[in-house]
Design a protein around this ligand. Sequence first.
Ligand SMILES: Nc1nc2c(ncn2[C@@H]2O[C@H](COP(=O)(O)OP(=O)(O)O)[C@@H](O)[C@H]2O)c(=O)[nH]1
Ligand SMILES: [Mg+2]
Length: 400
Amino acid sequence: MEYFTEQAQTHSECLRKIRMKYGDGARVLMQRSVRVGGVFGFFTKEAVELSGVVGADATRNAAAKKPTDLEEEKKKFISGLKADPTLQLLVNEVRGLKESISAGAAAAPRGEDHGTISRVRELLNLNDFSAAYIRSVEERMKKEFSLEQLNDFDAVQDTVIDWIGESIRVYKDEGFQARPRVMVLVGPTGVGKTTTIAKLAAAYGIGGAGSRPLNVRMITIDNYRIAAKQQIEIYGHIMGIPVSCVENFEDLRKTIALYSQDVDLILVDTIGKSPRDYMKLAEMKELLSACGNGADVHLAVSATTKSSDMREALQQFEPFNYRSVVVTKLDETVRIGNVVSALVEKGKSVSYVTDGQRVPQDISRASVVRFLLNLEGFRIDRRRVDERFPQETSGKIQWR
Ligand SMILES: Nc1nc2c(ncn2[C@@H]2O[C@H](COP(=O)(O)OP(=O)(O)O)[C@@H](O)[C@H]2O)c(=O)[nH]1
Ligand SMILES: [Mg+2]
């Protein structure tokens, strides 16, 4: 006794197959509908699957058939195929599919993938997007593009750039809900927090941020390191913006209260967790709670940070309930996939980007276009992305 399972587009064709292979003694015991064939999960066809048993005699009978008989059977089978209109339709579709694949852009290096999909994957890899981000773009391409559309690489590329742009969330600054507005910058050591605080102080204090010059103060809790304290004091001195150094919760609370009368904006510089761990993040969180619930906390991360460290930083500073992310050192890298992937995976928006050491010039409000222009290898149609992602307040903060 032998078991068999056969599939075909129709019940009669399946039976014919079974008879040919196993002879008249084959007994069908089960029938079910299955889906077969297809490319990328599309174009599958409904088919019939028959399973059953064949007795020893039947097998022998089938095997004993003379070759000429077999040739006869084959001819009969093929003419049966020709007579079946459903099968004809399927044969035509398969032929069409074969033609469109061979006419397609490039042969797929990874088995079933279309050349365009492989090319986009390589470009995303080149830009340091995370594996998860690349996978989601790939899946979307497979789902949303027909084979014919995939043959047009430029059009697919434009759409993928749109998707990347749509995945970047720009922080919506709600402006000055309360005065003084307290803005805190947290983040790892060396990413450019102090420099960014100085740039922001200048932008708002001099009036480059689009508003009238505001009354700004800077507070630092980084007075553990003499150099760090001096660094912000020098900025303050040059810009004529007062700087206060605080050491604990009470200090910070009192300083903010002192400023509450006439100050518009208080910028709080903090320290990152350093190798020598001057202050544990938990202690710093405790200290910063003196800023109150309304404080506008932003996390600074450097664009040069690799994907996994970026994700870790975004995670590590989560307890500070940061509202948005400042991406620094964009000038030091052409790859921004790491930043975009981490932001998307963590569902965070981006508020400012900095692209140089110069204070105050090298800071801009974040914009989708700014990120897209940093994409390496993709052909970016500037007019198209400008229209697609219009910005009310993009670009450099204006200086007088
Ligand atoms: N290339 C570049 N360097 C920057 C940028 N922002 C800050 N830096 C430099 O990064 C270094 C560390 O900056 P700092 O503000 O002290 O970092 P902090 O430890 O986070 O406060 C300094 O040399 C800065 O000049 C930037 O946007 N681009
Ligand atoms: Mg600093």
